[in-house]
Design a protein around this ligand. Structure first.
Ligand SMILES: Nc1ncnc2c1ncn2[C@@H]1O[C@H](COP(=O)(O)OP(=O)(O)OP(=O)(O)O)[C@@H](O)[C@H]1O
Ligand SMILES: Nc1ncnc2c1ncn2[C@@H]1O[C@H](COP(=O)(O)OP(=O)(O)OP(=O)(O)O)[C@@H](O)[C@H]1O
Ligand SMILES: [Mg+2]
Ligand SMILES: [Mg+2]
Lengths: 542, 542
């Protein structure tokens, strides 16, 4: 007797919470903390003021529950959450503000909710949330999650006056955990977070009351990323259909320019022509007024520069061309009779003069949409993505952070140019820190970051570590027993995480290539330094 | 301007399809095939007749689409799908029949739907499904998926008479792929599937028209797994609350016995007593008829065996004990006055005689539920899970399959006793095949299986491979250049997959221990064989 059921996304991640990083009490207390810290830092990055993040982990005083239950409280001075969205932000999985083409730590819309869900299933206590976006009100909620329905349950809500125009968010809840065994990972996470966020003040009070303070060493924050449009190379039929449903564009060139990244008029017309979506009249069907309009447009274009038309044309001459032409459409006609003129110029001229006809985007049939998408992948005239949607750390900030946390003798950093994988832009930054306070261990230390999040698990599966292990470090004069930290930071609108728990990065050839080249750059510079150092040491010995 | 949105689970897995194993056209064509083959084999296992699975991958003749588009057709003689569920089974993510505590290849409720979703976003064509559960009708559907709403779109539905009482399912759809690069993995997958499913006929026709036939070598199928109840050690507050909502049990002992695995009357009473949920009257408050009932129950128990009460008791004697007792409740009273009698016997007696009172399960407050769950984790009197919900291959079937596919000179297999992790039962089976047709490569070949699914990706991250690499094989006389295949099969009600794409198994200490011990058993036997072989070879040379 086979019975069928559907489950909610909260139920799915409840049953498979190890897939989201909540495997056992040691791992869960780490995951809960990191998810909330990442939310706090995303929010403070948006607020434009230097980040303040406060974390308090204490034993839950409720002795009924046993001594492996903690109270986690985290607060930030970030942008806050609008009152009407607070319950869903924390009480619903697959709800959030980061489903955009813009770099952020958060991406799945479930991290914060999973932390609270884990707390709820181990202690059955509600979460308390206080938030304000800087308006005249501060909102306080007590929530639980209805896991089977993936909905928040609001137990209490109070409003108070926001006298100081405060903006930020405080979250407090109980959860089962094992801090003593999670502690090394938690402290390492905070230390590495402080390294890549040197403009943030991070304060952590642990269950024994010990205070860890990571103080900012700069108030300079990296320029914030801007939301971007999808890149043509990353589009599939589903994305295209969704755009078709919501667009108010009446023509295909408008549609291409309005909805895709770095598509201007010229590129949109060249592409649509390549893809076969441009229609123009048969020249022989042009009326008198059309022909004069065409001649006028050509005259106007002649003034515009050397790619334009090379001689003056009269209406009579044009009529003569038209009577004798073999071309069946205007684009072909213009290309044949003005051989020196580039096709893109012809298209732009015809478009400006109103001779280009395309189907209305909303009227495209589904086979036409499929053809459009396939052609978008084939057309090589699209510009590569610019990186305005990304916000790399930058060499200064990276150096400042490394200096503060590691105090090395020597630092070298490198930032690669933007690249893409599957239409998603990304930038790789690499750094090597040597000597100073860095301890010499029996293997080089590797720090991995993605969108400014430290990755601390599953090192062996991560593409950056695989690249590092595949390099021959001895040719750069590096031996594994040297006091060295290698750092890799990948930022992207879509970090190719292999897992929902954001543990490690998948093996994407484009990403692998950039990581390898970035590491070679800093390795070469380290080699210079080590060679010089060795030389100076030899000179001294004589 | 921060804007919030919610997305459907289909939208989530569409945006993050690499997390579900649909990374690129090479990987996607593999994943689509494997998801559908696993569905077919789950269905044929349920039908009770030896499995027939037919797979046809051909170039889609629709030349508009280009030559990297395929048509995938797969059919089975399995249990079929009831008509009303066909649309949701394939058009909705997080819908299925395998959300039970019973071993199956499927577990997430999204694999088949993801394959069809991938086909749809790359070709925009509908999927055709034909299915019958052996009733008088066969149902045909043409479907597409509304990804944003996670709902099927039924384009067409026809019904025909099922003259031959056929049961099974046929699925056909188009998808972009790269068969030439996916072929090695696809063929390896089918070969390894045939190895662990030696009772199945699997036929595969590839785009070049080549026929691959994996013919069954036995009609003996392993005994099917039975659905089981949750084990007390795996329970949290959420599970407890869901049981509380649906139960019709009026007492706690009934509740414990009805809803939990291997909890009988004695264990339920001992546990509830340990947890503090048993209430009995103060002996001094017992009325005359209660005392006689108690004495009668004790007399009855005396006959039952040596753990019973050792002497005959009269009502007068009982009244005398009661008048002089210090005990405030009956359990304590009985324990004090009948020192030789085990507490579990006392509890059972009092329960049978109606002296045990518990709260009605539906009336438990949430703090009581929390306490109950914590106590369940602490109580050490629960029986370990039995393995009726599991269906390991068994040594015979494993040998038959290995012989058929690998044709080795020597096989050794081992099946470990059932074990658990986090309340989920699992069994590890290991095998080593040596020599014969096995090619000698520069490293031992490792075949990994979970619930009879071959795992072919991310070997380095898998716990079984980590265990194999950590063992010192030379002490078993094994060198890496020998012609050896090591096989590990883990079956469980919940395989600890690290990823939604079921690529590799997470590092769970209980599982790691079982895999290590299972491998040591077969390694030792291989060592005997190799030693004897070496001895015989030496003898021959004299
Ligand atoms: N401290 C905070 N300040 C402001 N907004 C927050 C804060 N924490 C959560 N949010 C809001 O709640 C939403 C949901 O958070 P959640 O962590 O569940 O998902 P996410 O951060 O979007 O993605 P991910 O699952 O990758 O973390 C966020 O998108 C954000 O809008
Ligand atoms: N060939 C088939 N025969 C019978 N039932 C099927 C078949 N294919 C799919 N189903 C039904 O459709 C449901 C959904 O299948 P789907 O592959 O999406 O999820 P699943 O198999 O339950 O889990 P998983 O995501 O782990 O594969 C199954 O649970 C099963 O009931
Ligand atoms: Mg988050
Ligand atoms: Mg499936």
């Amino acid at each position: 007797m086979v019975t069928f059921e559907e489950i909610s996304p909260a139920d799915f991640f409840y049953r498979n919470r190890d897939i989201a990083g909540f495997t056992n009490p040691v791992r869960a207390i780490f995951s809960a903390l990191r998810e909330l810290v990442e939310n706090a830092l995303d929010a403070t990055d948006l607020s434009g003021v230097p980040s303040e993040v406060y974390i308090r982990l204490s034993h839950d005083n409720d002795t009924e529950l046993g001594d492996d239950v903690y109270r986690l409280r985290i607060g930030d001075n970030g942008c806050g959450i609008p009152a009407r969205h607070i319950p869903s932000a924390f009480g619903q999985v697959l709800f959030g503000s980061k489903y955009k083409l813009k770099q952020a730590r958060g991406t799945f819309g479930l991290g914060g909710t999973m932390a609270i869900l884990y707390g709820q299933i181990t202690t059955h206590k509600p979460v308390n949330i206080v938030s304000s976006t800087g308006t005249s009100r501060i909102y306080k909620y007590a929530l639980m999650i209805d896991i089977q329905r993936n909905r928040p349950l609001i137990l209490d809500r109070t409003i108070q006056i926001n006298k100081e125009q405060w903006h930020g968010t405080f979250i407090e809840f109980s959860l089962e955990g094992d801090y003593s065994r999670a502690m090394p990972k938690i402290l390492e996470y905070l230390k590495q977070t402080a390294l890549v966020t040197p403009y943030a003040n991070i304060t952590f009070v642990d269950p024994k009351g010990r205070l860890y303070k990571f103080t900012r060493v700069t108030t300079k924050t990296p320029p914030p990323p801007k939301e971007t449009l999808p890149h043509p190379y990353g589009v599939d039929v589903e994305t295209m259909q969704r755009l078709q449903r919501i667009t108010d564009c009446q023509t295909m060139p408008d549609f291409m320019q309005k909805h895709f990244h770095r598509v201007g008029e010229t590129i949109s017309l060249s592409f649509l022509d390549f893809a076969g979506f441009i229609r123009t009249s048969d020249p022989k069907n042009l009326k008198g007024e059309d022909i004069s309009r065409l001649v006028k447009a050509i005259k106007k274009n002649k003034k515009k520069g050397k790619n334009g038309f090379s001689h003056n044309l009269s209406v009579k001459e044009m009529q003569h061309f038209i009577r004798n032409t073999q071309s069946g459409n205007l684009v072909d006609f213009m290309k044949t009779h003005f051989k020196g003129v580039e096709k893109s110029v012809i298209l732009r001229l015809l478009h400006a003069a109103g001779f280009i006809r395309t189907k209305a985007p909303r009227k495209l049939r589904s086979d036409e949409i499929v053809k459009l998408v396939r052609m978008m992948k084939k057309f090589d005239g699209f510009l590569p993505p610019d990186a305005s949607c990304l916000s790399p750390l930058g060499e200064d900030l990276l150096k400042v952070g490394i200096l503060k946390e590691l105090k090395p003798e020597y630092i070298v950093v490198s930032q690669r140019k933007p690249s893409t994988y599957s239409g998603h832009p990304f930038i790789v930054e690499t750094a090597i820190a040597y000597g100073g306070d860095i301890p010499a261990k029996d293997d080089i230390l590797i720090y991995r970051f993605a969108n400014r999040i430290p990755l601390l698990y599953d090192e062996a599966s991560d593409i950056c570590v695989k690249v590092i292990r595949s390099m021959n470090w001895r040719r750069y004069k590096v031996s594994p027993s040297m006091p060295i930290v290698i750092l890799v930071h990948i930022c992207s609108t879509k970090v190719p995480y292999k897992t929902v728990g954001k543990e490690f990065i998948a093996d994407r050839p484009e990403v692998k290539k950039e990581v390898l080249n970035g590491l070679r750059e800093v390795a070469r510079q380290l080699q210079h330094f080590l060679t010089k150092k060795e030389y100076v040491a030899r000179e001294r010995r004589r």
